[in-house]
Design a protein around this ligand. Structure first.
Ligand SMILES: C[S@@+](CC[C@H](N)C(=O)[O-])C[C@H]1O[C@@H](n2cnc3c(N)ncnc32)[C@H](O)[C@@H]1O
Length: 204
């Protein structure tokens, strides 16, 4: 049986917690005027840790609903002594709507979201009209949203929602597959030679 490293729950003291009096902007970081980049459903933090290491001039926040995965994210932050990355352990819609300041986010990544393939489970999908309302409200003008999945039907479902939303402009891709698939699930699907589907769009 595979042995898992025990969780050090004291690391959770590092989390950003919900505070009715104070909304998140880049001001919560040492570099207060830097770009704020957010990953929705950041899993164990592979992708975001790499981004924070390679772009020390930018600030990163990962949102993840599973508490064990958040502990793994913070372990990586501590190990690499990263000051430009913080985590939220909450539901992504809640975190976006109630924890962030309006017009505060420069870039949102959604890497390999759960596709919920069965029709009766589509209601659980993160990408929705309502989700785009929150993205629109919280992103700065010109802010970028980057989406990658290995699930063709979920990609079509999401891009159909996006195309109808005139508040966003679909743009030519800036990020490469190699860059975006540098996550736990991305690496897993690469080994299975799965095809990736991506889209990038800007807030008008
Ligand atoms: C398929 S995994 C991908 C993880 C990571 N992005 C990667 O590429 O390796 C999807 C992640 O999204 C998280 N997640 C799913 N629904 C969520 C929600 N509503 N709010 C926050 N996180 C969520 C899951 O717990 C899981 O860690």
């Amino acid at each position: 049986m595979k042995k898992y490293k025990p969780y050090d729950w004291t690391l959770l003291e590092d989390l950003i917690v919900y505070n009715t009096n104070s909304k998140i902007t880049s001001n919560i970081f040492d570099n207060q005027n830097s770009e704020l980049c957010v990953e929705i459903g950041c899993g164990n933090g592979h992708f975001l840790t790499d981004k924070a290491l390679n772009n020390p001039e930018k600030n990163y926040i990962g949102i993840e609903i599973k508490i064990g995965r958040i502990v793994r994210c913070i372990e990586k932050k501590v190990k690499n002594n990263l000051k430009n990355i913080k985590y939220i352990n909450n539901e992504a819609n809640f975190a976006l709507d109630f924890m962030f300041e309006d017009d505060s986010i420069d870039l949102i990544y959604m890497t390999f979201p759960d596709p919920w393939p069965k029709r009766r489970h589509h209601k659980n999908r993160l990408f929705s009209e309502k989700f785009l309302d929150s993205v629109f409200k919280k992103m700065k003008y010109g802010g970028l949203f980057v989406f990658i999945t290995d699930h063709e039907e979920y990609f079509k479902y999401s891009s159909d929602i996006l195309i109808k939303d005139i508040r966003f402009e679909k743009i030519e891709r800036i990020s490469s597959n190699a860059e975006l698939s540098n996550s736990l699930f991305g690496e897993k699907w690469k080994k299975e030679n799965r095809k990736f589907y991506t889209m990038e769009f800007k807030k008008r």
